[in-house]
Design a binder for this molecule. Structure first.
Ligand SMILES: *Cc1c(COP(=O)(O)O)cnc(C)c1O
Length: 443
């Protein structure tokens, strides 16, 4: 991410986690790609999510230039809409999906199905049927029972490329709930208990399934390259055993995503240039030692592509002073951003649209929902004259906010507006009561 941050305007460290095209046209005003955030709030209402199109595109390009020999798949679950599908496709990335819904939206938007990989620890019959009907590039097998189901669905004369999700036994990730490379969690097939080897032998018995490689995904919000290097060694170790047992040479190795980003100024992010260099060295060394050809690398970043490109805008509805803490309540919350409640993550919101007082206060920014845990930003620093009617902007809001949004309290999910070259346009409209009522079909 360094390259992106270095090109940001010199607005000081406090804007380091904002999209590169963030400027301060007047004191207290913030604009992204030339569009003042206050103008976006006026035009689309609040809460609203703003996506800097060029930031997404630039991050896709950065991945392709840092990993020129690898296949880069954008992990759709971080955030997906039709515009996003176009952007990543135009920038030359493939797509990683984990449901019939994500897959069908991508393909009906014109994304080539052969550049899509289907994941999922529990794929429904509909997921598999949709994947085969649309001609998905690869299916990542995640459980033994999936092998027979998939082989039967493909049929004796058919053909489907598959990978196998392996548990490398590497612990990494920003929070326990997003660690997926360790033994005691629901994803993948373990190397250490022999499940992975057993599943691979069964796949090789199915002539209509073509095993192209191994897959692992260690978790999310990883800021060190060490776990990836450890995973490479484990995966090549398994590839070497498979070569010994079956004479199998796998052309691909998918190391998943999980690349960590900074949510607040000063926080670490994964250095991708360094990761790419070290991965290349480690992979070559391990393959040479094992006498194997070097497989083509696949990576699947989600958060690092779209997270820093998004900004969430809220209107302050109430400020409660007194007691130990100051609570600043806004018109969104855990229904559009469940991450603080799920993982205890921290954000650094800013007052926008006016310049606040010079003295700041530590406040707790909370949402409007009926839970005490509906906290958007604990220990946030805001001007101490923050008041109802103010606008708050939360940076790094592009990933795992709206894709995890819920219908809690029937407030309706916020819209998404894209900004580029001084213009804002609506990508996804606000969810209305009519939308909600239209699903409610019985009495
Ligand atoms: C979630 C996920 C990703 C993307 O993770 P990020 O942390 O957003 O980079 C990639 N691959 C798989 C299989 C995933 O489940």
């Amino acid at each position: 991410m360094t390259a992106v941050q270095e090109s940001a305007p010199a607005l000081g460290d406090r804007l380091s986690v904002w999209p590169a095209a963030t400027t301060e046209p007047r004191p207290g005003e913030l604009a992204v790609a030339g569009v003042p955030l206050a103008e976006i709030a006026d035009r689309f209402g609040t809460p609203v999510y703003v996506l800097a199109e060029d930031e997404v595109r630039e991050r896709c390009r950065m991945y392709r230039s840092v990993f020129p020999d690898a296949e880069v798949l954008y992990a759709a679950k971080a955030f997906l809409c039709r515009a996003m599908i176009h952007w990543v496709g135009e920038e030359g990335l493939g797509l990683d999906v984990c449901s019939a819904g994500e897959l069908e939206l991508a393909v009906t938007t014109g994304f080539p199905a052969d550049r899509i990989v289907l994941h999922g620890n529990a794929k429904s019959p509909q997921d598999l049927a949709t994947a085969l009907r649309l001609g998905v590039g690869r299916v990542v097998i995640d459980s033994p029972s999936e092998i027979a189901r998939l082989a039967a669905a493909v049929g004796p004369g058919g053909h489907q490329k598959v990978m196998v999700r392996v548990v490398p036994g590497v612990s990494a990730g920003g929070h326990e709930k997003i660690r997926t490379g360790t033994e005691d969690q629901k994803f993948g097939l373990s190397i250490s208990d022999g499940y992975a080897q057993h599943a691979i032998a069964r796949i090789l018995d199915q002539p209509q399934l073509e095993l192209t490689g191994l897959h692992c995904h260690l978790g999310s919000q990883i800021t060190s390259d060490k776990p990836y290097l450890a995973a490479v060694r484990r995966m090549v170790g398994l590839m070497s055993r498979l070569y010994g047992q079956h004479g199998l040479v796998l052309p691909e190795l998918d190391l998943g995503g999980g690349h960590g980003i900074a949510y607040r100024p000063g926080e670490p992010s994964l250095d991708l240039t360094r990761l790419a260099r070290k991965l290349r060295t480690e992979l070559h060394a391990a393959c040479t030692a094992a006498g194997l050809p070097v497989p083509r690398l696949i990576i699947e970043p989600g958060r690092a592509v779209v997270g820093p490109a998004g900004v969430a805008l809220y209107r302050v509805l109430a400020v409660k002073r007194g007691g130990e803490r100051v609570f600043v309540a806004v018109d969104g919350g855990m229904s559009d951003n469940p991450r603080p409640a799920l993982y205890g993550v921290r954000y650094a919101p800013r007052l926008v649209g006016r310049s606040g007082s010079a003295t700041s206060a530590r406040v707790t920014v909370v949402g409007r929902h009926c839970e005490a845990g509906d906290v958007l930003a604990a220990d946030a620093e805001l001007p101490d004259d923050v008041r109802p009617g103010d606008l708050l902007a939360v940076p790094v809001a592009g990933a795992y906010h709206l894709s995890m949004a819920s219908g809690y309290n029937l407030v309706g999910r916020p819209p998404v507006a894209a900004v580029r070259d001084g213009h804002a346009r609506l990508l996804v409209r606000r969810e209305s009561l009519d939308d909600i009522r239209s699903r409610d079909v019985g009495l």
